[in-house]
Write a protein that binds this ligand. Structure first.
Ligand code: IFM
Length: 437
């Protein structure tokens, strides 16, 4: 196999991503309550300490700096800012000011997510995203925290992976509130769209009222590459097409057209969505092979391909070519800049992580060469962390966390990624070292 240097566009941004609940420790929210229910988290683990990032963020950002990261994406924990409805915790707001400041001091661009799966307990108790008040309440929190942080140069992400909230929480019941109710899932999808609109409008208005230059705003989508198990079977082909539209496109189509589209709504206009996405954040990990003989609505899928490598715990197949197809279709449909807000693999086999990153960057480079406007790439994640229902089973970090001592131990992939950043893309030497087997 011969390789060539893959040079990325000038100004392409490189870094890593994480979220509050998975790293901070000490959160009091709906997820922490969920973790207390026996059987919800693998091996009964919980996020009580997680990576203790709440106290160690400076150490973690020193590592991000050491390894050359230019952007760091993290989330604000809503339950810390508004622990009781309408009551703000100024000490926690100050904490996040320090977190942002600490990135800026290291010359790392903060990308801040306003909602990454977790909700305050009072919000859960009022029905969370099923409540028609939920979008407005999210908008009010957004204004509060954005107002407090707007003097820093921040790229804003509104809601992380709305369709994961819908499918895992309301269809498959693996995340709180643990429902198996497709109709309710669709109500949630609609309210998450409205919430994104409230957040986008809130951010714009805060900056405008202060005479500040408008920041970059984006929602972040989880995307999968849906493939028919039998490409000759029209039912499989149609199912893959249908799921691609439902999971990958319905929600973002709403953002792009300022509507609440079917089946999340009836297609009516929703003005607050206007001008709410300067770019689309895309998280990609794997493909999904579907067959009309399996009931995807109950989570049934055909057996995995034994020849493909897998993500530990989650069992996702490594399928880098899907990244190309997914990115190509987003670019062709929306012609809106894309930022790759998450990509990575949970594994203790770090040579697999190195291969995964390189193979996925090859696909990114390919789609950029074909004209897609892709602005940056973030590895999930900077450190190992609490992987939701999988507990600490999936090791996604460029940096290992020893959960006994909380020591951070950089993996070889951290050095490889540092070199990729230095060269603004994988060189032929890097590819032949890790990909020639
Ligand atoms: O850890 C998660 C993250 O919270 C959202 N995107 C997918 C990651 C890996 O499962």
């Amino acid at each position: 196999m011969t390789y060539r240097d893959l040079e990325f566009p000038k100004g392409f941004l490189w870094g890593s991503a994480a979220s509050s609940h998975q790293t901070e420790g000490g959160n009091r929210n709906d997820w922490r309550e969920w973790e207390k229910i026996p059987g919800k988290i693998r091996d009964g683990e919980d996020s009580e300490i997680a990576c203790d990032h709440y106290n160690r963020y400076e150490e973690d950002f020193d590592l991000a700096k050491k390894f050359g990261h230019q952007v760091h994406r993290f989330s604000i924990e809503w339950s810390r800012i508004e622990p009781h409805m309408g009551k703000w915790n100024e000490r926690e707001i100050e904490h996040y000011r320090k977190v942002v400041q600490s990135l800026i001091e290291r010359d790392i661009q903060p990308m801040v997510t306003l909602h990454h799966f977790t909700n305050p307990i009072w919000f859960r108790d009022m029905g969370a995203w099923l409540n028609s008040e939920s979008p407005g309440l999210f908008g009010r929190y957004t204004r509060k925290i954005v107002d407090a942080l707007s003097d820093y140069d921040i790229i804003w992400n509104t809601i992380n992976e709305p369709m994961v909230v819908v499918t895992m929480g309301y269809l498959y019941g693996e995340f709180p509130p643990g429902l198996n109710d497709y109709a309710k899932g669709l109500v949630v999808a609609g309210n998450l769209l409205r919430a994104h609109g409230h957040a986008g409008t809130g951010i714009r208005e805060v900056y405008e009222s202060k005479g500040l230059e408008q920041p970059q705003i984006a929602p972040v989508l989880s995307c999968s590459y849906f493939m028919p198990q039998d490409p000759e079977n029209p039912d499989d082909v149609e199912l893959a097409r249908y799921l691609d539209d439902l999971y990958n496109h319905v929600w973002i189509r709403g953002v792009m057209t300022s509507t609440i589209p079917e089946p999340a709504g009836d297609g009516h206009r929703y003005d607050l969505l206007d001008d709410s996405a300067d770019f689309i954040g895309i998280n990609y990990y794997s493909r999904m092979v579907v067959s009309s003989e399996y009931d995807i609505m109950t989570g049934e899928t055909p057996p995995k391909n034994p020849e493909l490598e897998r993500c530990e715990g989650l069992d996702w197949e490594v399928y880098s070519e899907g990244y190309y197809h997914v990115l190509k279709s987003y670019w062709e449909k929306y012609k809106t800049p894309i930022f790759l807000t998450e990509n990575g693999i949970g594994t203790q086999d770090d040579s697999l992580r190195c291969r995964y990153i390189l193979e996925h960057l090859q696909q990114v480079h390919r789609v950029i060469q074909e004209g897609a406007d892709i602005r940056g790439y973030l590895v999930w994640s900077l450190t190992d962390n609490f992987e939701w229902a999988q507990g600490f089973e999936s090791h996604f970090g460029l940096i290992e966390v020893d959960y006994e001592t909380l020591e951070r131990i950089p993996r070889e992939s951290a050095y490889l990624f540092r070199d990729i950043i230095r060269e603004n893309g994988p060189t032929k030497e890097m590819q032949s070292k890790y990909l020639s087997r």
